[in-house]
Design a binder for this molecule. Structure first.
Ligand SMILES: Cc1cc2nc3c(=O)[nH]c(=O)nc-3n(C[C@H](O)[C@H](O)[C@H](O)COP(=O)(O)OP(=O)(O)OC[C@H]3O[C@@H](n4cnc5c(N)ncnc54)[C@H](O)[C@@H]3O)c2cc1C
Length: 299
């Protein structure tokens, strides 16, 4: 495997032909799906088309927007489900149904509880207000959840396999906010870099990857899903790249793509993100779409 740590990645010749669940992509969406499936006792493989893990999630800020979450309440912020629904209706009422908005606001705190109590994810409420304080239901802090630094000790080689940040320094979002534009302590940055510590989206991905590995989830990189085929309720997944052992490799499993129409949702608080929905490019039989980077797909 050319120096790739086999304790982290499953080499092509060790991939099974059959899994209970095949997850495409190693961003936050795929990794959480993989962890939940493993918790339910399923055998899971995550196939990542890139050479590094984590997708856009690892390169980004990793801040989750979760109204009415228990961490914010414990930190002294006041919030309610009704306020969360009112704000999200202002932000995304033109693209989401009321049912979806209510589902998100009811489910986000449960997701926060699950991630913080059952996985290695460790979130910290940020004191930033919502982007639109003039909107009904806005909150002056606590809805944005930052990630504690992820220390990869115990997972040798993992940090080097996580996609680097696009431009963020090795600081938490909270630490970065606290600097108010001043330069970070170079000694702290150097020490974190030397130990492979990751912050922001990299910390979220690192924590999720560690949690997935703890549960026996297999990870494969350079493993693009090229084609899906469903027959009698089971899916066959064609994998290219190195994991395809030169020629294409076919895995069978109950893929996570039961719902072929997936919706792209604009994250609340990101007004510059196009607010639209897309038809999932994956056909019942056909090539995986080239734009298929996650961007918060629901499946
Ligand atoms: C600079 C920056 C900062 C951001 N900050 C925030 C923030 O603070 N808070 C927030 O909520 N959002 C933020 N975002 C947006 C957020 O990162 C994305 O919405 C989120 O990461 C999407 O997660 P995902 O798991 O759906 O997709 P990704 O993290 O992109 O994961 C998808 C993965 O699927 C893989 N893949 C695609 N096709 C295939 C295939 N055929 N076979 C195998 N693998 C495949 C990709 O290579 C990728 O690794 C930020 C984005 C950027 C760029």
């Amino acid at each position: 495997m050319n120096g790739v740590p086999e304790s982290i990645l499953t080499p092509a010749d060790r991939l099974s032909d059959t899994y209970d669940m095949v997850v495409m992509g190693s961003g936050a969406a795929g990794l959480v799906a993989a962890i939940r499936a493993a918790d339910a006792g399923l055998s899971v493989v995550v196939l990542e088309k890139a050479a590094l893990l984590g997708g856009t999630t690892a390169a980004g800020g990793g801040v989750m927007w979760a109204p009415n979450n228990h961490l914010a309440k414990a930190a002294g912020y006041s919030d309610s489900q009704a306020d969360g629904i009112a704000y999200l209706t202002e932000a995304a009422g033109h693209v989401l149904s009321m049912e979806e908005i209510e589902w998100y606001v009811a489910t986000a705190p449960r997701a926060v509880s699950y991630l913080n109590e059952s996985t290695k994810v460790a979130m910290i409420p940020i004191s930033r207000p919502d982007y639109h304080m003039e909107w009904e239901g806005s909150a002056d802090g606590g809805r944005g959840l930052d990630n504690s630094p992820f220390d990869p000790a115990g997972y040798p080689g993992l940090s080097a396999l996580i996609r680097p940040s696009s431009y963020f320094p090795l600081l938490t979002m909270t630490e970065r906010d606290g600097l108010n534009g001043r330069a970070a302590d170079p000694a702290l940055l150097a020490e974190r870099a030397a130990r492979g510590v990751r912050t922001m989206g990299g910390a979220l991905v690192g924590s999720l990857l560690a949690s997935a590995l703890d549960r026996g989830v297999q990870l494969a990189v350079t493993a693009p899903v090229k084609e899906l085929e469903e027959s009698e309720g089971r899916w066959s997944v064609d994998v290219g790249g190195r994991a395809g052992r030169e020629a294409d490799h076919r895995l069978r499993g109950c893929a996570c793509l039961r719902r072929l129409r997936m919706e792209q949702q604009a994250p609340p608080g990101f007004p510059s993100v196009p607010r639209n929905t897309h038809q999932c490019p994956l056909q019942r039989r056909g090539r995986a779409g080239t734009w298929a980077e996650g961007r918060g797909r629901r499946c």
